[in-house]
Write a protein that binds this ligand. Structure first.
Ligand SMILES: [Ca+2]
Length: 423
């Protein structure tokens, strides 16, 4: 999520990203509730109107920030020259329109170029990454893969003024509470002296540095790995950023020696209602149900696991372990986590995905996802809200509906399910 030359944003499954909010990992498909009311004179250009309201908002915010211990001096420095940033708002509004299938997403996320560049990055930073792996017990290739997805190995770290970007989003209101919290965190970073306001740059959504930490993640997990007295994730040297990423995953409970998951092959008569994150079994139990790795062997025992079909029954299957959950803390979208895991495997010399994707299918558009939820709910399969996000409730509703009409209950939000619902 760097200057978010946002490589691409997938709108697969999703929730609000916990860690970063845009870019390759951006899978927030939420829709805007409604336009915010115009604040003043209709004759003024929108930007001017917004900026007047924004300046009033900053004045009120400064009082709230002071309660969090932010000094007047830091507030003065932080808000000097800061304006309502219409580009940030435009990007935020466009985000929900992105729709990508899992295979298109993975094609880009783990492209040959990104794999090759990852191998170069791993080699060039071998001493550092090995040291980080020894310290935090998180594999170098996982850290490298996150680096590759978040900033193309440091190439696109973002050049927005983070205070301006996050303040604009806090003022705008779509996710005001979340971004106000991030704004306070960003101010606390300035207060700490790790970086000055001009150097604290990031993506349009406030994700910063080589691995795109949100300000609150920085406060909770960033480390001064090179010992120079500052936690610096912004400069060209990736040392602190990569170590902080390892620390983040270690804090989230990364299990040393456990893979994130692996591709598997399911028998043709496999009961797809057993797929999904909520069904957990031992690898031995999965083996008894016919689940095999791509070489035809039972999957090694790395603890309880789930089997997922990110493109439905017609696509590739994966078995996922606890470390998949740990990676979700970075970004909860299956697509993102699969991208990190698979890119990491490829960087280490592993094979490309073996199975076939249903490339003849296309992703549902936002309007279609909303229609799908409305029709499911009307049909008696409650999606617990209509927001265009295909989360666990919608997937469960799709499975219920699929069963009722004799379709494979894979929970995949396809054009086929929507077509069936329209009949
Ligand atoms: Ca440092």
């Amino acid at each position: 999520m760097k200057g978010k030359v946002s490589l691409l944003a997938a709108a697969l499954a999703v929730a609000t990203p916990a860690h970063s909010t845009a870019g390759l990992g951006a899978v927030d498909t939420s829709i805007r509730p409604e336009a915010r009311p115009i604040l003043a004179a209709a004759l003024l250009p929108e930007e001017r109107v917004s900026n007047i309201g924004f300046e009033d908002w900053i004045s009120a915010f400064r009082i709230r920030a002071a309660r969090h211990g932010i000094s007047p001096a830091t507030l003065d420095r932080a808000f000097a020259g800061v304006r309502y940033n219409t580009d940030v708002i435009q990007r935020d509004r466009n985000q929900s329109e992105f729709t990508k299938t899992i295979w298109d997403y993975l094609d880009t996320a783990a492209s040959d170029l990104r794999v090759t560049n990852g191998q170069v990055a791993l080699r060039e930073n071998a001493a550092l990454l090995n040291q980080i792996e020894d310290t935090y017990r998180v594999p170098a290739e996982i850290i490298t893969a996150i680096w590759g997805l978040e900033s193309a190995y440091g190439t696109f770290r973002g050049s927005e003024n983070v205070i301006e970007a996050v303040a604009t989003l806090a003022y705008d209101g779509r996710r005001a509470a979340f971004f106000e919290g991030e704004l306070v965190a960003a101010l606390q970073i300035l207060e700490s002296g790790d970086v000055g306001p001009n150097a604290m740059t990031g993506s349009w959504a406030g994700a910063m540095g080589h691995t795109q930490f949100m300000p609150s993640s920085f406060l909770a997990h960033a480390v001064d790995h090179d010992g120079n007295g500052k936690r610096d994730i912004w400069s060209d040297d990736p040392t602190d950023a990569l170590a902080s990423t390892a620390k983040y995953l270690a804090d989230a409970g990364w299990i040393d020696g456990q893979p994130w998951g692996m591709e598997v092959i399911l028998p043709t008569d496999f009961d797809v209602s057993l797929t999904g994150h909520s069904v957990k079994k031992s690898p031995a139990d999965w083996a008894a149900l016919g689940v095999r790795d791509t070489y035809g062997h039972p999957v090694p025992d790395h603890g309880e696991a789930s089997v997922i079909l990110p493109a439905g029954a017609g696509g590739v299957a994966f078995i996922i372990f606890q470390n998949f959950k740990v990676l979700e803390r970075y970004n909860p979208a299956d697509a993102y986590v699969l991208a990190v895991g698979h890119l990491g495997d490829r960087i280490r010399g592993g094979p490309a995905i073996n199975g076939n994707w249903p490339r003849e299918l296309r992703a549902l558009l936002l309007a279609e996802r909303i229609e799908l939820q409305e029709r499911l709910t009307s049909a008696g399969y409650d999606t617990q809200g209509v927001d265009g996000k295909i989360g666990p409730n919608t997937i469960a509703a799709i499975r219920g509906y699929q069963k009722s009409v004799g379709m494979q209950p894979d929970g995949y939000a396809s054009t086929k399910v929507l077509a069936q619902l329209r009949q």
